[in-house]
Design a protein around this ligand. Structure first.
Ligand code: GDG
Length: 724
């Protein structure tokens, strides 16, 4: 039976040791562990990750492995050095600051990168040991970006999903990373890549287009003849867990206890892990300004600030801690009285019962990170408001702001805006509070963590199913034999062969791809066979085709069907063509050439082509859209077609089309066996125009109207050499 393997840096359980030296297994309370719990605990499914502890003692290691494996977890044991370089180093001192737009903190160290690659490989090897055909793997987060491609190389047929829990930065920031290409290639080994927001996905696609030179179509990327799908899946929380916890007697008694000691004060809550991305110092400065600008609230409102220790061995985090300590001390010293402490500051974590009591008590939650992939605290706050009284102030830089538009959305850099937001929150009527909280609760209840898991895995299954359907198109040994058999069984055969990209590979110099000896030998043998009629069907001009292949007994369809020639006859032009439109269209294209450096017009007998291969990425595409919309109505009236190709826009007579020409050949000669090979969008016309029984074969991309697909011109040539 096929299985699902979840992969993340950490297992959902932490291995600890008590005073007696016995191992303890502490489950994680995180949302991800809950959401994926229903998956990895089932059947022979598995969670692969680091158990959070270094093992020197072999027996203890063995013991931990056995215990974890009995609970469907497979540990990846890492050394102290690996954790220092791969996790604290590359993950948290290179990727984390870059992805959160704190590039000034990013360290580019080769030793970090080497360890990152090595540990990713280690994870991959552990996964490969468990993988069978038909299994699916779901890799999580920035620590493991190379794993998808490493798996793909060894097991091309498994289904791999990747989810990024932190933001994906804009291209201008991402490009700063020395290993940007390797990171993208690593993730592109996936079938499905998920992000929290559409903006993250957009940034990723832009980086792929600019760094790997692969464009996308509606978020789908074609890579190595595979489709990689990207989409946005905003993560949710375990809604019921937080709602139930808020109703639990333990929570209520803690709330009463804390409320009594706080007295009759309004409470603003702030909870974060210690991190510069969370904007903690700015939040303190904002509270300072608030108390100064709204002195009537001095003695009436307190900020309860929970900062959970994190990464405190890293220098930046130590400095941040000192900065926060200093600011808290300064503000409390400045405004505090015997009866009132402005900031209740806790540098530690709390059990969920306390956390839930804080959520219940807080009149306002201030979630103002400078950058956050999603942020779950704000969602947990909303879910805990059983009486729907409370106000959420939420940074627009948190992924959650895209869903929770009923919060007071602020820019955390605009301190005065946030100060006013606090005032607005403290003076908001209960009726308004309830209105906003209830709308947000409805969203969070529906889009909970279970919904997220099933959306992602459902989509991964869909994507893999489509991939497998397409894979049946690939000409394997069996298909090849059946095509050869059909070919040999008939005496009147017609073979349509496109030239560039089909018989020969592309070259930036179009004249450099003259047919070589080998290809000419194969074409000679094919065309001299009296049972065959070979038709070269190309967009190239007739002069070049004639000079390269004119000595062979082949037919020609040149310039996409403008010029035609039977093997024994002379060149003639397709009927009903007209050139009078060219001047007017050329004038329009000139406007775009003048405002787009690097673009140029190519003039063919019956078409005009605007090329933008050398134009800045993005600008060329924008101008192409502009040209297409400019010509939309004009083209119809002038009986022209506007076609978009690979970095070109081609305008030509509606009558000119490879498909029309191919149909004409078929109806004139009535072959018993038809085969057509082509690689680009102009060949799609041929594939569509030919009768159902024709063998149509697309070279390169697998998405096509053709019935079959082969990888490259080399494969085509090998295949043609088998036809006799
Ligand atoms: C990433 C992304 C994205 C906090 N203090 C205590 C405590 N917590 C819990 C909260 C919440 C979790 O920690 C923090 O969640 P975040 O979403 O803020 O951030 P991360 O999980 O660190 O990181 C983030 C997330 O992945 C999911 O994709 O949202 O943007 O950075 O659940 O409740 N829990 C307990 N005591 C505390 O003192 N028990």
């Amino acid at each position: 039976m096929s299985k699902t393997i979840i992969v993340s840096n950490r297992l959902p359980v932490k291995v600890l040791k008590n005073e007696n030296g016995e191992l303890l297994y502490k489950p994680s309370e995180g949302g991800l562990a809950t959401g994926l719990g229903s998956i990895y605990k089932k059947g022979n499914n598995l969670w692969v990750g680091w158990p959070g502890r270094f093992f020197k003692n072999k027996d203890k290691k063995k013991e931990a492995r056995a215990k974890l494996e009995s609970q469907n977890m497979k540990p990846v044991f890492l050394t102290q050095e690996e954790i220092t370089l791969y996790y604290e180093g590359f993950s948290n001192e290179t990727l984390w600051p870059n992805f959160h737009y704190f590039n000034q903190y990013a360290l580019y160290r080769k030793s970090y990168w080497d360890a990152y690659e090595k540990v990713n490989k280690k994870f991959c090897n552990e996964i490969l040991d468990e993988l069978n055909p038909g299994d699916r793997v779901w890799v999580h987060d920035y620590q493991l970006m190379l794993v998808p491609q490493m798996i793909r190389e060894k097991k091309p047929d498994v289904s791999v999903g990747f989810f990024l829990h932190i933001p994906f930065p804009s291209f201008e920031v991402f490009r700063l990373l020395p290993w940007r290409r390797q990171l993208l290639d690593g993730v592109l080994g996936s079938d499905l890549i998920g992000f929290h927001t559409y903006d993250d996905m957009r940034h990723f696609l832009s980086a792929v287009s600019r760094i790997c030179y692969i464009s996308n179509h509606h978020g789908q990327i074609q890579k190595d003849r595979r489709t990689v799908v990207t989409d946005s899946f905003p993560i949710g929380i375990d809604y019921d867990k937080y709602a139930n916890q808020a109703a639990h007697p333990d929570t209520l008694s803690r709330e009463v206890e804390y409320r009594t000691s706080l007295g009759d004060q309004k409470l603003i809550l702030s909870i974060d892990r210690l991190d510069y991305s969370k904007g903690i110092p700015a939040r303190l400065q904002i509270f300072d300004i608030f108390l100064k600008n709204y002195p009537q609230y001095q003695g009436k409102v307190s900020l309860m600030m929970v900062v959970v220790p994190s990464r405190d061995s890293v220098e930046k985090y130590k400095h941040l801690k000192e900065e926060v300590d200093l600011l808290v001390g300064r503000i409390n010293g400045k405004y505090g009285t015997v009866n009132w402490t402005p900031i209740h500051y806790f540098y530690r974590s709390f059990p969920i019962e306390d956390l839930s009591a804080f959520y219940r008590m807080a009149d306002v939650a201030m979630v103002t990170p400078m950058r956050d992939g999603m942020n779950l605290v704000c969602k947990e706050y909303v879910a805990s408001k059983l009486d729907q009284k409370g106000v959420l102030i939420l940074s627009e830089m948190a992924g959650a702001s895209k869903e929770l538009s009923d919060a007071i959305i602020v820019n955390p850099n605009d301190k005065h805006q946030v100060v006013d937001a606090i005032y607005r929150a403290l003076t908001m009527t209960e009726e308004e509070q309830k209105k906003h909280i209830s709308i947000m609760q409805k969203t969070l209840k529906k889009f909970n963590i279970h919904h997220w898991v099933s959306l992602f895995l459902g989509k991964l299954d869909d994507v893999t199913r489509k991939r497998d359907e397409l894979a049946t198109k690939v000409v394997d040994k069996k298909t090849q034999t059946s095509i050869l058999k059909a070919y040999q069984a008939k005496n009147k055969r017609m073979l349509f062969l496109d030239y560039d990209g089909t018989l020969v590979s592309f070259d930036s110099d179009p004249q450099a791809v003259k047919p070589g000896k080998e290809l000419l030998k194969i074409l000679k043998k094919l065309s001299e066979n009296p049972k065959n009629q070979v038709v070269i069907i190309s967009g190239r001009d007739k002069t070049t085709l004639e000079s390269w292949l004119g000595h062979l007994p082949v037919d020609f369809i040149a310039e996409h069907g403008v010029w035609l020639k039977d093997k024994a006859g002379e060149w003639y032009m397709a009927e009903g063509l007209d050139n009078s439109w060219k001047d007017e269209i050329r004038d329009i294209l000139d406007i775009y050439v003048n405002k787009t450096p690097g673009s140029f017009i190519e003039e063919k007998d019956y078409s005009l082509v605007w090329h933008y291969r050398k134009v800045e990425t993005g600008l060329g595409e924008l101008r192409a859209r502009e040209i297409i919309s400019h010509l939309k109505y004009l083209a119809v009236n002038m009986n022209l077609q506007v076609l978009e190709g690979n970095k070109v826009v081609e305008i030509k007579n509606i009558e000119v089309n490879k498909g029309k020409a191919a149909s004409k050949w078929v109806s004139n000669y009535k072959p018993e066996f038809i085969m057509a090979l082509g690689d680009d969008w102009t060949d799609e016309d041929t594939f569509k125009a030919l009768p159902d029984e024709a063998y149509t074969i697309k070279v390169g991309d697998i998405h096509s109207a053709a019935k079959y697909s082969v990888e490259s011109p080399e494969v085509v040539v090998r295949f043609l050499s088998l036809l006799n």
